[in-house]
Write a protein that binds this ligand. Structure first.
Ligand SMILES: Cc1cc2nc3c(=O)[nH]c(=O)nc-3n(C[C@H](O)[C@H](O)[C@H](O)COP(=O)(O)OP(=O)(O)OC[C@H]3O[C@@H](n4cnc5c(N)ncnc54)[C@H](O)[C@@H]3O)c2cc1C
Length: 510
């Protein structure tokens, strides 16, 4: 049986892309190697009766995609509110800083006023950029009129920003996030907390120049929905796709994209599965990362050598590990009566920088910096009665670890993470009945993501916008006719936004 489109991967971007194509009358098949949908955001059981997803929080999902795909009707619990963010005090004296819906507490009035100024400036700039995440950015040179209009639109939006904000945007856009935060704030903990979303998932630390502010602005895009449960997004996307007629086959790994020479170009004609089945389609759309798609599923020998070299050079070695703890009961973080949202365990920006310094030389950090959540507080079904799940993003843990991630290195990292957690929540160690530590190498093996990278490739100036993942494949098309990319490795990047999937579908339908 032949399809209009085969989508490789039922991660959230694959599902978004498939749902849009099916809504426009295409016959769509999604083929997923895992036994469930969701990719990096899928839930799994990591200890008897304890479940968790790696990607947990939906922090900026566009309202437009939610409406187009009827996600609320299909159970998505997205809301227009930021996920609460808390900086925990390492001195365990109970004082902490909390950011809830744009309101800061735990710092003096001067810092609070500075925060409002800082937030409003970044919000205005983020709003200016927001429309450009949800569209294909044209390539440079030989543009059609419609593509020229896209650039003109950007120009007009920038003009609307006004002279003062525009000057400020150009001044700060390439600053290390540390310099910007030092301009506005004094409190070391506040600065560590506010730097976090500029850094997590990328090869960035507070002193790294050039890219971190763009990552932060991307995460601050306006009119977006948040949810403390990624699972609610994944279930809604799966239901929406199926309701639009998408067929989803799980536990089926694509071995290769089949290709035929046709009238002076190579064309994708379908996929071959690991079990030998061959399925034909008019086009193939891959949500697997660009390196996996083009070098493994297509094969470097099918590509022009210079293009294959650029794909091979994509920097996609992940730096984030995931730690899951099965706890007998809820831990007590000093001074925190009703823990909600994300907690940052990093005393100051220098602590983050020192952890990054270790990683630069292929070592696990002496003192890891962590972002912690307790997902079972929002969804008690994740743990047996009374139990709690603790989930932590552990920065910075290099993919290419000097000791090759042998057992001793894993145990050492686990011990260092538990030391940090115990410091903030005395007694926590005694509550632990099960652990799971997924290093970037584990994420690569389990989810088929090259380098185990959060964004399927670094967020960096040479891998962004019309250069993402590289020129020649940055408008969701590839040099193989009928083969498209729709995952986090494409513009504008990763996180649970569905934007690459949306943009790829629009490009295909165009
Ligand atoms: C530890 C960690 C924590 C994170 N936490 C958050 C968070 O809290 N919030 C947030 O917004 N983002 C988070 N992220 C980032 C986010 O998870 C990713 O950016 C996002 O999931 C990418 O979605 P995707 O659909 O593009 O790709 P993926 O989720 O990687 O999905 C790709 C799918 O393709 C499938 N696939 C690959 N190869 C094949 C093949 N050959 N055949 C068939 N199927 C195949 C895979 O199995 C997978 O299901 C986190 C990332 C990590 C690593």
């Amino acid at each position: 049986m032949s399809f209009d489109a085969i989508v490789i991967g039922a991660g959230h971007n694959g599902l978004v892309c498939a749902a849009y194509l099916a809504k426009h009358g295409q016959r769509v098949l999604v083929v997923e190697s895992q036994d469930r949908c969701g990719g990096l955001a899928s839930q799994h059981e990591f200890h008897d009766g304890y479940r968790c997803a790696n990607a947990q929080h939906v922090s900026h999902f566009p309202e437009r995609i939610s409406k187009d795909l009827n996600l609320v009707k299909h159970g998505f619990d997205g809301a227009y509110a930021d996920i609460p963010l808390t900086w925990l005090n390492p001195d365990a004296d109970g004082a902490h800083i909390a950011l809830v819906d744009g309101h800061l507490s735990g710092v003096d009035a001067g810092e609070q006023a500075a925060y409002q100024q800082y937030r409003h400036l970044l919000r205005r700039i983020a709003s200016m950029l927001a429309p450009f995440w949800l569209k294909t950015v044209p390539p440079i040179g030989n543009n059609h009129l419609s593509e020229m209009m896209s650039f003109a639109h950007l120009g007009l939006k920038m003009r609307a920003l006004g002279k003062d904000d525009m000057r400020e945007f150009l001044r700060i856009v390439a600053l290390p996030i540390r310099d910007l935060l030092d301009e506005y704030f004094d409190h070391p903990g506040l600065k560590a907390m506010l730097s976090w979303d500029a850094l997590i998932g990328s090869r960035q630390a507070p002193r790294s120049p050039n890219n971190s502010l763009l990552a932060l602005l991307y995460r601050m895009a306006d009119r977006s929905l948040t949810s403390a449960r990624a699972d609610s997004l994944i279930c809604a996307l799966e239901a929406s796709a199926r309701a639009s007629g998408v067929e989803i086959r799980l536990s089926k790994r694509v071995e290769r994209v089949t290709i035929e020479p046709r009238s002076e170009c190579l064309c994708a004609t379908g996929v071959e599965l690991a079990d030998g089945e061959h399925i034909e389609a008019v086009r193939v759309v891959s949500s697997a990362d660009p390196k996996t798609t083009l070098l493994q599923l297509v094969g470097g020998d099918q590509l022009e050598i210079e293009f294959a070299g650029r794909i091979n050079r994509i920097r996609d070695r992940g730096l984030v590990s995931k730690l899951h703890l099965a706890l007998r009961t809820a831990p007590t973080f000093a001074g925190l009566e009703a823990p909600r949202g994300r907690f940052i365990l990093a005393p100051m920006m220098d602590s983050i920088e020192w952890a990054f310094d270790d990683a630069k030389y292929g070592r696990i950090p002496q003192v890891p910096v962590l972002e912690v959540t307790l997902p079972s507080l929002a969804d008690q079904s994740l743990a047996p009665a009374g139990g709690q799940v603790l989930s932590a993003n552990v920065l910075y843990t290099p993919y290419a670890q000097a000791d090759n991630w042998d057992d001793m290195t894993r145990q050492l990292l686990l011990a260092r993470c538990l030391n940090v957690l115990e410091h903030y929540a005395p007694g926590l160690r005694d509550l632990v009945i099960g652990t799971e530590l997924l290093t970037p190498v584990d994420l690569e093996v389990r989810y088929g993501v090259s380098g185990g990278h959060w964004h399927h490739g670094d967020i960096a100036l040479d891998q962004l916008i019309m250069m993402r993942p590289t020129y020649g494949a940055a408008q969701y098309r590839t040099p193989i006719s009928g083969l498209f990319l729709c995952g986090a490795g494409s513009h504008p990047g990763g996180d649970l936004t569905g934007i690459p999937g949306h943009n790829a579908a629009k490009e295909i339908l165009r």
